[in-house]
Every structure is written in structure tokens, then in C-alpha cells.
Design a protein around this ligand. Structure first.
Ligand code: PMT
Length: 402
């Protein structure tokens, strides 16, 4: 499918140092075949010159609501009608507040109110500003109106702080807009992914858990979004930002993960179980913190439900890809899991000795009923893309891709 090619994209740039990154976004959109018009707020013009955007897009840049010359060429209402998609990047805290309140005191805020195009917002601000309840309240007002929020990301900020607030990378924003316009291997498909560990409490402050960081599952989620899928990520407790365009439900325990999966599984085309779900949970978690009065402490554990096996057993269930974490006999154990759980595919990794869990790199032996492929050691983002490319072939061969 075409993606942003031939789409009319209105790029709104508001005041923030990340405005310089939006020049690259404009370039990517033009390269992708979109027609791009840029509107800048007064504050944005202090960071980047309108001329820069004009040179990249080959179109005049609008900065003023009351501009006789431009109103004669393409009036602001006409510009609002022209847009197929509107992206505000970077979106400052101030501009998000004005959107939330419906103010129309400059050209960009007026266009936002006057347009029926789908709107995406890529916030960028200092981490403390981002966490302020006023900003979070405005954010939820915008989300409730169906506005798509991309980012912000965690990392080093221009002000010297480190934390959440950086604008998503132009390539990520471009990919999300491209996908919204219907491109990618999985365009129109819904994917549910589990990721991270589960924590099984035995008193209010302690739990049984494992070393899963969520990196592999989050990379798979990001790869699917980049290929056009609508992605729901059910995540155990991890320290990772949600990839742009992914919808996320946070859970702690295996039972909560199961509930979140089964609340959403009906509408799903593909299920990927990357979570390291605890196989057992304490039978009777104590209400109060356990005191260290005895030399021995015995915990009775109960078997948790196998979420993946239950999904794979559903009549008319989704295409299922499981993972297997093995310390020995990788290929045999993995093939046994594939057939025992009646999965469509299984990605097996060796774990332990800094492999699989927590690391940035990984390798996978990917199996399906009549074949297999080894994906070599590489970073988890690249590996995830290679994995879903293989999955797409199997999905199509299974007659599910039509
Ligand atoms: O998160 P990272 O640090 O990046 O590490 C990635 C990873 C090593 C956790 C990941 O690549 C991985 O292997 N995930 C699966 C880990 C696991 O639990 O494997 P398993 O062999 O015990 O389970 C087999 C499959 O059944 C898995 O798909 C698992 O999600 C699923 N399962 C297991 C138990 C259970 N109660 N419910 C399940 O759904």
C-alpha cells in the first residue's frame, strides 16, 4: 500500500529545541511522496527559520493567522480542509494546553480546530514539565478525543536533565504516519504481544520474579507497528518506555496478564507470547510483611495457567507465536513445546550466562511445524524485524494473510 505517498500532510511546529528535528521529519515525508505544508508558531520561529522548512518542502511556510498574501493564495480554512493528516511535532506543553482548551489565538491552533484530518502529536519538553499533573491532564483530554500521541522518549535532554520528554525520532514519527496511511506488511492486522516478567507476590513487599527486561517483547511490538499493525502490548513490570504507536496495558502477575490477554484476544489476528510468565505463584500471599523470626520459611506454590497454551487452544483463535527460553537442548525442547502447545510458530533462545534475558542482543531459532530458521546474534530491534518477516511468510502460507 501507498503509505504517505500522495497524502497532504500538515506539519505544525511549535516552540522547542526539538524543532530542528522536525526539519528531518519534513524531509522524510517529502521523500516518502507526501505533499507537505508547514505551519510554525511564533516560538518555533525562534528555534528554526521558516526558510529551512520552505527549502525542504518546496512550499511556503505559514506563521501568521492574519497574513493577507497567504490568505489570498491558500486561506487558513482551505489549508485545514486540504490536510489528510496533521502532525504537531514538537508539541510544547503550552501548545498541548491550547489544543486541550480549544483556544484559537494563532494560525496553528485555529487549523487544529478547523480541520477534520486525523491528528498526531509528538510532545517534547523537560521531564518535570511532562510529569506535571496539568500536562498529564491535558494529555488525557487529547487522548480521549482520539488524538494519537507519539512519545515522548526517555533520554538525555537539551536542558541537561535525563528522563522522559525527548521528542520521538523523526524516523519513528514518519513510520507512524506512514502506517496510519495504510502501509506495511501487517497493515490492518491486530497483534497482541505479552512482554516482560511477571511478579508473583508472597507478601506486600516481596515477590517471585525473573530477569526479563521486556526488551525483546518491546522490540517485537515496535517492529509490528512499523509494519502497519495495530499493536496491544500487555507488559509485566519493566523500565521501558512504550514504543511510539503501541497501546500498552501494565500488569504485575500471571493471573492479571491472563485476564488482560483474554479481555482482548477476540479481535486479534496474531498473538505473540514473549513474556517470561512465572510458572508458579505463592499459594497464599500474606497480608502483612513476613517477619524473619524462623530459620526456615516454606512457601507453597501453585501452578499458573499457561496463557500461550490456552490461546493456542482457542477455536478460531489467532495465529500464535510462542517463545521458549532454554538453557539446554534448545532445538529438541523447543520443537517439543511447539507441538505440545499446538503453536503456529516458536522462537527459541538460549538463556543464562548473559544470553537472552536483559541483553541488548539476542539470537533465535525459529520453528514452525515443517521448517525452521536460525536468526543470528544481532540487536533485539533488528532481530524482531527479521522474526516478524518470517512470521509474515508463515501467516500467508497458513492462508491467514488474505
Ligand atoms: O525480556 P528480555 O530481557 O529482552 O528477555 C527476552 C526473553 C528471554 C524473556 C524472551 O526472548 C523469551 O524467551 N521469552 C519467553 C520466556 C519463557 O517464559 O519461556 P518458557 O519456555 O518458560 O515459556 C514458553 C512460552 O509459554 C513463552 O511464550 C511464554 O510466554 C509462555 N507462557 C509460559 C508460562 C505461562 N504460565 N504462560 C505462558 O504464556
Amino acid at each position: 500500500m501507498a503509505g504517505v505517498a500522495n497524502q497532504n500532510i500538515l506539519l505544525g511546529v511549535t516552540g522547542g529545541i526539538a524543532a530542528y528535528k522536525s526539519v528531518e521529519l519534513a524531509r522524510l515525508l517529502v521523500k516518502g511522496g507526501a505533499r507537505v505544508r508547514v505551519v510554525m508558531t511564533e516560538a518555533a520561529c525562534r528555534f528554526v527559520s521558516p526558510l529551512t522548512f520552505q527549502a525542504v518542502t518546496a512550499n511556503p511556510v505559514r506563521t501568521q493567522l492574519f497574513d493577507e498574501a497567504h490568505e489570498a493564495a491558500m486561506g487558513h480554512i482551505e489549508l485545514a480542509r486540504w490536510a489528510d493528516q496533521m502532525i504537531i511535532a514538537p508539541a510544547s506543553a503550552d501548545f498541548m494546553a491550547r489544543m486541550a482548551q480549544g483556544l484559537a489565538d494563532d494560525l496553528l491552533s485555529t487549523l487544529y480546530l478547523a480541520s477534520t484530518a486525523s491528528v498526531t502529536v509528538a510532545p517534547a519538553m523537560n521531564r518535570r514539565m511532562w510529569r506535571h499533573p496539568a500536562v498529564q491532564h491535558n494529555l488525557s483530554l487529547l487522548e480521549d478525543r482520539g488524538i494519537r500521541i507519539l512519545g515522548p522518549e526517555t533520554g538525555e535532554q537539551a536542558c541537561g536533565d535525563t528522563g522522559i520528554g525527548r521528542m520521538s525520532e523523526p524516523s519513528e514519527i514518519f513510520a507512524a504516519l506512514d502506517v496510519a496511511a495504510g502501509s506495511g506488511l501487517f497493515a490492518g492486522r491486530k497483534v497482541l504481544i505479552t512482554a516482560g516478567p511477571t511478579h508473583e507476590p508472597f507478601d506486600p513487599v516481596r515477590f517471585i520474579g525473573n530477569r526479563s527486561s521486556g526488551k525483546m517483547g518491546f522490540a517485537v511490538a515496535q517492529a509490528f507497528v512499523r509494519e502497519g499493525a495495530e499493536v496491544l502490548l500487555v507488559s509485566g513490570p519493566v523500565q521501558l518506555a512504550t514504543p511510539a504507536g503501541v497501546q500498552r496495558i501494565n500488569v504485575q502477575t500471571a493471573l492479571q496478564m491472563r485476564e488482560a490477554v483474554f479481555d482482548n484476544i477476540q479481535a486479534v489476528d496474531i498473538f505473540v507470547a514473549c513474556a517470561a510468565v512465572a510458572d508458579y505463584r505463592p499459594e497464599s500471599p500474606r497480608e502483612n510483611k513476613i517477619k524473619k523470626t524462623d530459620d526456615r520459611l516454606e512457601l507453597n506454590l501453585l501452578r499458573n495457567p499457561d496463557i500461550l497454551a490456552e490461546v493456542a487452544a482457542l477455536e478460531k483463535g489467532p495465529f500464535t507465536l510462542g517463545f521458549a527460553a532454554e538453557t539446554e537442548n534448545l532445538a529438541e525442547n523447543a520443537r517439543a513445546k511447539l507441538s505440545k502447545k499446538k503453536l503456529d510458530m516458536l522462537a527459541a533462545n538460549r538463556v543464562g550466562d548473559d544470553l537472552g534475558f536483559e541483553s541488548d542482543d539476542n539470537s533465535l531459532l525459529v520453528l514452525w511445524p515443517n521448517g525452521e530458521k536460525q536468526l543470528p546474534l544481532q540487536n533485539k530491534q533488528q532481530l524482531a524485524h527479521a522474526l516478524i518477516t518470517l512470521l509474515e511468510q508463515q501467516y500467508r502460507d497458513a492462508g491467514r494473510g488474505d
